[in-house]
Design a protein around this ligand. Sequence first.
Ligand SMILES: *Cc1c(COP(=O)(O)O)cnc(C)c1O
Length: 394
Amino acid sequence: MKKPNFDLEKARRDTPGCENVIHFNNAGAALMPQPVLEAVLSHLKLEASIGGYEAALQSKRAIDHVYDASGSLIGCSRDEIAIVENATRAWDMAFYSIPFNPGDRILTSMAEYASNYIAFLQRARKTDVTIDIIPNDDSSQISVEALRSMVDEKVKLIAITHVPTNGGLVNPANEVGKISQEIDALYLLDACQSIGQMGIDVNTIGCDILSATGRKYLRGPRGTGFLYVRRRRIRELEPPFLDLHAAKWTAHDRYEIRSDARRFENWETNVAGKIGLGVAIDYAMQWGLDSIWERIRYLAESLRSRLSDIPGIMGRDLGTLKCGIVTFTVDGKDPFDIQRALLEKNINVSVSKLESTRLDMESRHLKSLIRASVHYYNSEDEIERFCETLASSA
Ligand SMILES: *Cc1c(COP(=O)(O)O)cnc(C)c1O
C-alpha cells in the first residue's frame, strides 16, 4: 500500500498523550485530542462555577450539536439519534425493544461481542426465539452466500458486529444489508469498532439500528455512545425502560412515548461528555473519514508486515479487508506477560480474551490474543520501536 499523504505532525501536536506513550490501544480507548479535552474540561468548570443546570442552559448549542454531528457522521437525521452512556446500552435499548414472538429467529455472526450474545441468550430463554450463527466464508468473514441460504420469513433480526473487538476483520456489512432489506428483517449493526475508523453511511449499509461508542476510534470521552434507529422503525420499538425524558406523563393513567430516537435515552446524563462527543465527531470529520481510514490501514498493514518478520509471532487477523486492529500471539508466551512488559516501556496494548468473542475464539482454539490497535496519529517510528521492544522481549 502506498504511503498516503497525512499531516502527522498536526495530528500529534493535537494529541497531548503522544508525548508520554506509544498508544496502540485505540480499540480500547483512544487518546483524546486537545479540542475534546478542552470542551469537556471547560464545561465541568462551568458547572462548578455557576451550577449544573445553569451551565447546561449556557451550553445548550454545544449539547444540541452532538445530534447533528452524529447524524452527519453516519448520514441520518438528528431525530434518529439517541445519545447514551456507551455502545452496550445503546445496543441494549434497541435490542430489548424488539417485539419478538415465539419461533422468531435471530441471525448473528461468529465475531459477535459477548454482551450482545448474552442478551440473545437471555431473550432466547424468555421468549422462544432461536439464535442461528451465520458461518464464515474461506477468509473468515461472514459468508454472504450462507446468509442468503439461511434467511426465511421467521428471521426477525439480523444482528452482526461490523468490526470485532478481537481483530482486524471488517465484516461485509453492506451485503448483509441488502439481504436484510429483501426479507424486511430488522438489521442491527454493532459499529463500536468501525465508527471513527472508516466512513459509515447507514443508507449505504442499509441497517435499521446502529450502536457506537465515543471513546474508541472516535477519540471521544469515556462514558459516551450513541444509537441510531431508522425513522420508520422507531415506532415499532418500545423501550424497556421509560422515564420522564423518554415519555411524557400526560394524565393520571397515561403517558406518551417520544416519537423520535430520544425515547431510548434517559434524562440525567454526563453533559460534559456529551459535548465532548460532539467535538470528537467534528474533529474526526475535519480530518475526513476517508483519509483517517486510509492512514489507519496503511499503518496497520506496516505493523502486520513488520510483525511477520519477527520469529515466534503469529498474526491472527481474519477477513479480506483489514482495519487498524492488529492481533497476534507469541509462541510460548502469555499475552498478559507481553502486555505487562510493554506497559513498563510505556507502550499500550490490550489483551482480548476468549470470553469477549467466544464463538470466534473457540473456533480458532485461542484463549487470548495481544491486540495492538493503531490510529492515524501513531507514527511509523512508533511501529518500529514497538516491534523492536517486542522482538527483544519475545
Ligand atoms: C467495545 C465494544 C463494545 C462495547 O462498547 P461499550 O462502549 O464499552 O459499551 C461493543 N461491541 C464491540 C464490538 C466492542 O468492541
